[in-house]
Every structure is written in structure tokens, then in C-alpha cells.
Ligand binder design. Structure first.
Ligand code: PNS
Length: 163
């Protein structure tokens, strides 16, 4: 049987426990998951694409079903290039829906054979967003449990470098 490969694309700036939860849940459905970090030159990010890939790789180092890569250009082209047929996206609250719906339908227009599978995070992760984690950390708030410990350390280090 051929392996069911899915792509989990995103900015991951940085990886949160919500993302970790979606990755773990996806592995119940797919045999392999490629976490695909968007490499967008215009996007202002706290971490470079390479740093984000390394952070995710470190968290999933013990799971051979998870691989990490950076991608640029159209997501549907990347999905085809990797031999995958599905995209995984996490859904948190109602406001995510509109953005996800637009993206999914645009991707479907571009590549009708590629499906997007939406997964809900566990309820303790429902409100976590990379943007708010960075904001809390930058204001000296406690981000324990919101991101993996190695990512929390990387955020603190980057904020020190920036100050
Ligand atoms: O974590 P994010 O920032 O919500 O992820 C957005 C992402 C990377 C999934 C999206 O921006 C994307 O797929 N970018 C690649 C460009 C593309 O294919 N655009 C067409 C779909 S609208």
C-alpha cells in the first residue's frame, strides 16, 4: 500500500503547542507528515525559515513519520512535488474559518485533486496563536505550556538579542 503523505503548511513563527497537537493528531490519519515552513521574503518574522525548521525538527526528532522542510511559491505546486495529496490545517475559532475557506477554495481551483483536511486542536490549545505568544513573551509574560520548552528558550534568546 502506498503511504498517505500530507503536508502541514504554515508560518510556524514559532511552533506552538497548538501546532504540536495538530501534528500529533494528523499522524492518526496519515502515514507521513511534512511540516512545510513558508519561506516568504516579504514577511517579517521573529525566526528565519531555517531556524523555524530546526526548532520543529528538534521537537519531532524521535518521530520518523514527521519531516520538516521550507517551501516558497504556490502551496499546491509544493504538495504535488512532494507526492502528497492532502493538506492539513488546524482550525481554532470561528474567525479562522473565512481565511481557511478562501485559501482552500483557491487551492482547489488551482489543483482540484488536492484536498485540505481540517483538524481541531484540543481545547486547552484553542486560543494559542504564534502572534499572541510572541506578544506575551515580549512583555515578559509567562509562555510556559504555550510552546515547547526548546521554542520558549529560543524566543527568550531572540528577545534578548533584540533588546
Ligand atoms: O500559518 P499561516 O501563516 O496561516 O500559513 C499560511 C500558508 C503558508 C498556508 C499560506 O500563506 C500559503 O499556502 N502560502 C503559499 C502561497 C500560496 O499557495 N497561495 C495561494 C493560496 S491562497
Amino acid at each position: 500500500m502506498t503511504a498517505r503523505i500530507a503536508i502541514y503548511p504554515g508560518s510556524f513563527d514559532p511552533l506552538t503547542m497548538g501546532h504540536v497537537n495538530i501534528i500529533q493528531r494528523s499522524l492518526g490519519i496519515f502515514d507521513e507528515l511534512v511540516v512545510a515552513v513558508l519561506n516568504h521574503p516579504d514577511k517579517r518574522t521573529m525566526f528565519t525559515p531555517q531556524e523555524r525548521c530546526d526548532q520543529i525538527q528538534e521537537v519531532f526528532a524521535d518521530d520518523p513519520r514527521v519531516s520538516v522542510d521550507a517551501f516558497a511559491g504556490l502551496l499546491v505546486d509544493y504538495v504535488a512535488q512532494r507526492g502528497a495529496s492532502a493538506v492539513v490545517r488546524g482550525l481554532r475559532a470561528v474567525q479562522d474559518f473565512e481565511y481557511e475557506f478562501q485559501m482552500t477554495m483557491m487551492n482547489r481551483r488551482l489543483a482540484p485533486d488536492i484536498d485540505t483536511v481540517f483538524m481541531m486542536t484540543d481545547e486547552e490549545h484553542f486560543y494559542i496563536a504564534s502572534r499572541t505568544v510572541k506578544e506575551v513573551a515580549s512583555l515578559d509574560g509567562d509562555i510556559t505550556g504555550l510552546v515547547p520548552p526548546s521554542v520558549a528558550a529560543a524566543i527568550r534568546k531572540r528577545l534578548e538579542e533584540m533588546s
